[in-house]
Design a protein around this ligand. Structure first.
Ligand code: 5GP
Ligand code: MG
Length: 175
């Protein structure tokens, strides 16, 4: 597959994704029986994973979507992440964050901090993909799809420069 100037090859097939999603959902269904969790998917990348995962969730639950915008603060050196679109009250809720990929883990750390500040009853993470660098960022990932090498991937929601989200498989960049 070619996107713009880059060639990509299949890393994870549609069948492998479907199989794994069923397994992830089985775990969540067992753990959240009778609990009414609130799933919160992080846009844009996780939209396809979230949709397919939710079709396999059998417990009573809600789903909501958030976006993150990061910007540089004029006065300080650190980048600040702002969480957009969370209208639900998450106080005392059992939240499950749905993410497409965790790389450095920076995004997930700031989301977890924000949710804990808002007084969730519990918060767990389900991510389809994990790159090994994140392991240094001490995140407790309860539900993990695939650990992948440190390569750039696209497809199944993930983009390259805004393109390539609309595929059934996940592709890695050809070196
Ligand atoms: P982190 O904060 O964990 O470093 O980055 C997470 C975000 O970076 C993901 O939600 C995703 O948007 C982006 N990202 C990290 N690795 C990749 C990759 O290989 N491909 C794409 N398309 N996005 C990535
Ligand atoms: Mg993402």
């Amino acid at each position: 597959m070619k996107i713009k100037d880059k060639e990509f090859e299949v890393l994870i097939t549609a069948e492998e994704l479907n199989q794994k999603i069923k397994i992830l959902a089985e775990g969540i269904n067992a753990d959240y029986k009778g609990k009414n969790p609130l799933f919160i998917a992080i846009l844009n990348g996780s939209f396809m994973f979230a949709a397919d995962l939710m079709k396999e969730i059998e417990v009573e639950c809600g789903i909501s979507f958030i976006k993150l915008s990061s910007y540089q603060e004029m006065t300080s050196t650190g980048s600040v992440t702002e969480l957009i679109g969370l209208n639900e009250n998450i106080f005392k809720r059992d939240v499950v964050i749905i993410e497409d990929i965790i790389d450095t883990g920076g995004t997930m750390v700031s989301v977890l901090d924000e949710f804990r500040e808002r007084g969730v009853s519990s918060v767990e993470v389900v991510t389809l993909l994990l790159k090994p660098t994140a392991l240094q960022n001490n995140i407790d990932i309860k539900y993990l799809g695939f650990e992948i090498p440190d390569v750039f991937v696209v497809g199944y929601g993930l983009d390259y420069d805004g393109l390539g989200r609309n595929t059934k498989a996940i592709y890695q960049i050809k070196s």
